[in-house]
Structure formats: C-alpha cells, structure tokens
Design a protein around this ligand. Sequence first.
Ligand code: ZN
Length: 396
Amino acid sequence: MSRNNPIRGAKRRELARLIPKMTEDEAERYFASIRFGSEDQQVCPQCGTVAKHYRISNRRQWRCRSVECGHTFSVVSGTRFDASRLTNRQRFDLLVRFQDAPKGRTLADISGLVCMTEKCSHQNQMKIREAVMENLEQEPLHGVIHMDGAWVCGKFRRSARWDKLPKAGHVLARHGTAEVKQRLPRINKTSRANLRRAKNKRVMLAMVQVDPVNRGPERIIVAMCRSENARDVVALARRYIKPGSTIMTDEHPAYTDLSADYLHLVVNHSQEYSTVEGVNENMAESFFARVRRGEYGVHHGYRPRYMQLYAAEYAWRETRRRRPQSENVAELARWMLGRGYSRRWRGYHGGIKRRRHRDPRLEILMGSPEEPWQDARSKGCSSRGHAPEPACPPKP
Ligand SMILES: [Zn+2]
C-alpha cells in the first residue's frame, strides 16, 4: 500500500458495515478461526488436544474429547477476554471501534457504540492496550530513524480567578480571540496546584523508522522518561536501534552523544523544520501531534501511571491507521486471544484492583534515580512472570 494510493473511507471500513448484520454464531466462528486456526477443530487449553471436541451448543462451549481431561472451555477461555459476560458479537464490535480512530476513542464513546457500561468499556480498552504493549514488535530499528521527545502529563492550568476578568464575560474569555486570551491571568508555574502537576510531567521518547518507499512511519518504539536526557537517549538507542543506522533529531543537547555509534543528522528547529538536504524529524513530530490531540481532545489528560500503555497504543495506531480494518482487527484479536489472562485488568471493577504485592511497580519509566536503567518493556511483562532483564549496563 503506497502513500499515494491509501485505502480510505468506506473501502477501508469493510468490517464496520458487517456489524449490524452479524450474528453471535458468526462472531464466535471468527474468533475460533483466529484462536484455533480452524472453524471445525479446537485446541483444548488444558491438555492441548487438537480435535473436533464435543459441542455444548446452548452454552457455546466445548468439552475435551480426551477421557483423562474432560475440560470444558469456550472460545475465550484462558485469554484476556475471559471472565467477562460480553457476547462475542460485542467483543468483535469493540475491536472494530477501538482500532477505527487514529487519535483514540474515549471509554464513553465506545460504551455508547458497543452498548456496554462505561466501567466495562474502560476495563476492556485497558486490556486491549495491555495486549498491544506486550505484543508490539520491539526488534531493533534500522535505516532512517526520526527521534524526538515530547512532554506529556501534568499540564499546567491558569488560576480560575474569573472575577479578575473583563466584564465581557466568561464565554469570550474561554472561547474568544487571541486578544481576549491575552487578558487571561498568566499561568503561575509555582502555584501549589501547578507544582503538584509538575511532578506528573514525563517525556515520551519516540523512535520512528521511516519507510523508504512511501516515507511514512514504518515502525515506532516509544519509552517514557523523566526528562529528555543523554543517558536515557543513548541507552534507548543502543537497545532499539541497530548500529550504523541514520538518526535524525533536533538540536537538543541530549542527542549529541549519538554520533559515536550512528550517522547523526541534526535539524535546527529554531531556523527550519527541514534542511535543504531533507534532514527532518517530521515523522516523530507527526506522531506527537496525534498523541497531543489524544491528550487534550480525546482523553482530557493522561496519568503517568498508565502512560506506557497509552504510548504503545498510539505507536500501534500511527503505523496501522492506513491498513484495512480486517488486518487491524485480526491482529488485535490474535493478541487478545493469546494465552494468559490480563493480570492487571481482569476483575478490576469487581474489586480486584492492583495491589502492592501483585504489581509493586505500577509506572513503567526509564532511568529512575534508584534503578539506573531498566528496559521499559520488560517491566511491563513482569506481571506475566518474566524477570526484567537489563539490556545495557548503566554508563559509569
Ligand atoms: Zn483437554
């Protein structure tokens, strides 16, 4: 699919048109074909027997043919979709709605479209984000890489002293022209509320591999940091970018050390967005533009605790937004129907919230003061029993 001939509009949304007519049987067959690779045969999750197992049709379940096993299972048993009362049709609808928005969807939006409560919508969307974070490909990037950082979370606010505003009124002051906005009270960065928000500020560092043919984003790897600093930048580049690649960045001093291992090209953003030779990092800027619209326009703010989940989600959306719906939904369904429950979100609204002993470290963050370096992703997988493995030794 080239950039000049993207699949757009109704042609790309072939699955959304199917939803109103879809039956529960069809949805179940779709998930069965993705999970078991066949519509006729199933794989028993208990003993692994591949066979046409006994069907219990009024419960939409199968019973294992193996005499010793006799396990009863459904198409979602033992997966992230387990332990929920959604119909298969709703699950299918949820995946279609989730992927069909380059800047994300709110939980209220999805709950209205798929006919579920907002709690249910929240929980299931977080399960999808978790699946995306743990399954998104993380092999090192190569070729031309655009690298940049953007501040997210902890946005400062103006003080709400409406009595000091001109009498022209609240409406003008809120929605008025730039001239009216200049008369608003200035943002006080040292107010108590803004100092509290400042603790939530994080830097999202994105490495975007540029597609040599259509010059769009091919793969994106994202990590969360406390600041845009040289130690995290070099550690991330060593872990996620092959030596000898070309890295294009802006003039920020955090990136100067990259020239040791890579061809490092710089565009000075105070003068231009792209040099005459074509050095730019527009794919990273374009990615952050969508993340920013998601922060301000869709979700109305992120929290650092969940930021790695949202970062992975946006990286997935950015590279998949021009693919046909069927490919995106099949990919999400494959990840959601992989083995293993969602440890963090299963039963979340039923009272099984994150607890210290289950998930001691909630936020996934590079280079915190106590732990010099840790792979952002291996921390995310620690809930599934893998020990986090440091990829690079910390710099002396
Ligand atoms: Zn079995």
